[in-house]
Design a protein around this ligand. Structure first.
Ligand SMILES: C[S@@+](CC[C@H](N)C(=O)[O-])C[C@H]1O[C@@H](n2cnc3c(N)ncnc32)[C@H](O)[C@@H]1O
Length: 256
């Protein structure tokens, strides 16, 4: 279950890597553009704005996200949204630009997905994806340690947290080995967040979601309070805000 409103509380910070990723895609006039794991569709609309002559499709497995996309983004003949697992999605025709922003960390066996993507591209087509590379940071280790603690393990033992991503070199090796021209890099953003408990609020929209939805409301509040206390120590509030360092991994590949 995704909560599009909670996810979009930090829309500016979450959107920044999308634009940094797309700045390296050199497609001039693509005919068919796909955004896999499109979320609430606000960024999919940016693809339609950049390439107004393209057919743009947003695909997401979450009914809540697709519902928000359809409600928030004016669907036109050239911009559509489909609820589907990206692993089972088959394009109607070869794709000129395939984008997937902040999605693969949620997808089991994500390297198999990446390996399949070039086969969906038209000749000269572009693949662009970004995923977090910060799973060793306190935001995630606090969550994993709490979930594994004696208090919470009996309730959370079966819950899948989101997964470790590879380093840029992993994706470069994979895609260059398949004949693509690859541009892979990483960036650590220093997000300066404001408002009360911003880091906890950030992760309520993403990483905390599977845990909180597995608990009864009073248990979720208790878990959140424990997480909040530890996170406030790890990311202290400064007079100007709370700094959340966030490393992200970017890959742009072009099929020959
Ligand atoms: C962190 S959000 C990113 C949304 C959007 N791409 C953005 O950058 O704002 C992750 C999205 O991936 C979607 N997702 C996760 N696993 C998926 C899958 N197997 N197939 C399709 N969508 C998936 C989720 O439903 C969610 O909307």
């Amino acid at each position: 279950m995704w909560d599009p409103a909670q996810y979009q509380r930090f829309a500016d910070e979450r959107g920044r890597p999308f634009f940094d990723l797309l700045s390296r895609v050199g497609a001039d006039d693509p005919g068919y553009v796909a955004d896999l794991g499109c979320g609430p569709g606000n960024l999919t609309a940016m693809l339609a704005a950049r390439w107004p002559r393209a057919q743009v499709i947003g695909v997401d497995s979450s009914a809540q996200m697709i519902g928000a996309a359809r409600a928030q983004v004016a669907a036109t003949g050239s911009l559509t949204f489909v609820q589907k697992d990206l692993r089972r999605w088959r394009p109607a025709r070869p794709v000129d630009v395939l984008v997937s922003n902040a999605v693969l960390q949620w997808v089991p066996g994500h390297l198999d997905v990446v390996r399949r993507w070039p086969s969906l591209l038209a000749a000269g087509g572009w693949l662009a994806f970004q995923l977090p590379g910060n799973f060793d940071q306190p935001s995630h280790s606090i969550l994993a340690d709490l979930a594994a603690s004696a208090r919470w393990r009996p309730l959370l033992g079966g819950v899948e947290l989101n997964r470790q991503s590879g380093d840029p070199a992993v994706y470069l090796d994979l895609l260059a080995g398949m004949g693509c021209a690859v541009d892979a890099w990483e960036t650590t953003y220093l997000h300066v967040l404001t408002g009360p408990d911003p880091v906890t609020q950030w992760y309520r929209g993403t990483g905390l979601r599977p845990v909180l939805s597995a608990l009864a409301p009073d248990q979720a509040e208790e878990f959140l309070a424990a997480y909040r206390a530890l996170v406030q120590q790890a990311y202290p509030a400064r007079p100007y805000g709370t700094v959340l360092p966030f490393r992200r991994v970017f890959v742009v590949a072009q099929r020959p």
